[in-house]
Design a protein around this ligand. Structure first.
Ligand code: GAP
Length: 489
């Protein structure tokens, strides 16, 4: 992971936000290469969901409409959706170090000989520093004698015996308390408590708020979908793992409105379709699993019904385990029912395609993917160590995802070569993202494009230019191929 983060910085994919001020935890900026990669993934999703949606189980293309809703909505929307009351994580503070932890990410290591308890981040449990601290503080090498239990099982009365993750003193951790993840702001100049509004923590609600306008104006019939890509904001207690869990990120969400009786069928359809989609953008099936949520981890809107299944990816920091890339939830008719009640606006659908006609509030199957997290999955998948190359590493993207598709690399300044190379560049750049690269020797230029994951490097020297051809170097195989100039495109 450290190597990937370093490459992302060195090659202009992703930078820490506000770096010249020491950064700001949980925020990242996409550089010139990163924004190209992210847009490729976003556009591909938009194409495959909205412009050219999948063929449904009955052989017809599905209907999916796109929207781009406001990030700030009427705050009542977030009361109706349950986010004001329920969108929180349990948080524990260390009074001494002022560090903050997600209680549900902590484990307690109990020394049964003396009742001493050590709290650790579950991800750090296997790390050397953790084991060293345990051995030293528990005064034993026989760690097998220590019992590991979820932190939530520790009684508050025993907190005085707990040594926190980043201290060696007892009793410094506070009781867990619910911490709402929504960022608050004020709308208007008076900035009183009556003016509080929230940055959206999911793009989904902007879709539910537009459901009526789409049904009334867009000639859609249930089942149909509404899709949106955009920023979401969560004041995560512990942002971590590069862009995996950040405080500002992008989602690609689609709400599929259907009749309750068909929800189970559509749920399975979307789980399968979405898993295949990730494979189509270059995420290997071996690194993907589908995991069904346990009852106690379901979001408030997904209790009952088909529940939620996650598509998980084997990220470098979760390996050999997996981390969530996309969740497919059966939100039932929870959101529309809530918005109907809170807004006093009828959100029922009138279906006259059946006899007798019926009115109902549609159920919703929601494939909710992370765009930012998707970029991390694609980068992790592409990152390939290869000691035989000068760069020692290259990015093996599917060409459709690669930020730069081709590099035009003239080798000398003679024989009219720059002119030929430029002509080719001017033509290629109108169709593909193409770089004209003359800096440094060809080995250095190849090494750079290996690290950018540019699938095709087109080089030409005076000799070769005479036969109206150039050499294409394939990034993935390093094979070289002579191709006539007019066939290169
Ligand atoms: N509308 C449903 C919803 O928002 P979610 O599982 O909370 O569900 C969907 O989020 C996806 O958004 C996740 O699968 C993940 O890819 C991405 N995501 C959620 N929180 C994130 C964070 N803090 N940083 C980056 N991506 C995040």
């Amino acid at each position: 992971m450290d190597d990937l983060v370093a490459l992302c910085k060195r090659r202009g994919f992703i930078f820490p936000a506000s770096e010249i001020y020491g950064g700001i935890n949980g925020f990242w900026d996409f550089g010139p290469l990163g924004v190209l990669l992210k847009n490729n993934l976003r556009d591909r999703w938009w194409n495959d969901m909205v412009l050219c949606p999948p063929i449904g189980p009955d052989g017809d293309p599905l209907q999916i409409q796109g929207v781009d809703s406001a990030i700030i909505q009427n705050p009542k929307a977030w009361e109706a959706s349950g986010h004001v009351a329920g969108f929180s994580d349990p948080m524990v503070d260390c009074k001494l170090t002022k560090l903050r932890y997600r209680a549900d990410h902590l484990v307690a290591v109990v020394d049964e000989r003396n009742g001493q308890i050590f709290a650790f981040n579950q991800d750090h449990l296997e790390e050397k520093a953790t084991l060293k601290k345990l051995k030293k503080q528990a005064g034993t090498d026989e760690l097998a004698k220590l019992k590991v239990v979820p932190f939530s099982t520790i009684a508050v009365a025993d907190y005085a015996k707990v040594i926190g993750p980043d201290t060696d003193q007892k009793g410094t951790l506070t009781e867990p308390r619910a911490f709402n993840l929504m960022f608050k702001t004020y709308v208007g100049a008076t900035a009183t408590e009556d003016d509080v509004a929230y940055l959206r923590p999911e793009t989904a609600q902007g879709i539910f708020l537009n459901y009526k306008a789409i049904v009334d104006n867009m000639r859609v019939r249930v089942p149909f979908g509404i899709a949106q890509v955009g920023k979401a904001f969560r004041n995560e207690v512990t942002p971590r793992n590069f862009i995996y869990r950040s405080r500002e990120f992008e989602q690609m969400e689609m709400e599929w409105f259907c009749h309750e009786d068909d929800a189970a069928k559509w749920f399975e359809f979307w789980v399968e379709t979405r898993k295949k989609w990730w494979q189509s953008v270059g995420v290997s099936g071996d690194n993907l699993i589908i995991r069904t949520h346990e009852q106690d981890e379901l979001s408030h809107y997904a209790k009952g019904g088909q529940g939620t299944k996650d598509i998980e990816y084997r990220f470098p920091f979760t390996a050999p385990g997996f981390g969530e890339l996309e969740g497919i939830a059966h939100r039932r008719n929870f959101d529309l029912t809530q918005h109907q009640e809170f807004s006093k606006t009828k959100l029922e659908y009138f279906d006259d395609s059946v006899q007798p006609p019926r009115r109902f509030i549609p159920h919703v199957i929601e494939p909710a993917a992370g765009l930012t997290r998707g970029v991390l999955a694609i980068l992790s998948e592409a990152y390939t160590v290869d000691p035989s190359r000068p760069s020692g590493v290259y990015l093996k993207f599917k060409p459709s995802m690669a930020p730069v598709k081709a590099a035009v690399l003239p080798l000398t300044n003679k024989d009219g070569q720059p002119e030929i190379a430029q002509k080719l560049y001017y033509s290629l750049r109108t169709k593909f993202v193409t770089e004209y690269d003359t800096k440094g020797n060809i080995g250095k230029r190849d090494a750079r494009h290996d690290e950018l994951g540019t699938p095709f490097g087109v080089s030409m020297d005076g000799e070769k230019a005479k036969d109206d051809a150039a050499t294409i170097r394939h990034c993935e195989t390093m094979e070289q191929e002579r191709v006539a100039l007019d066939k290169i495109e």
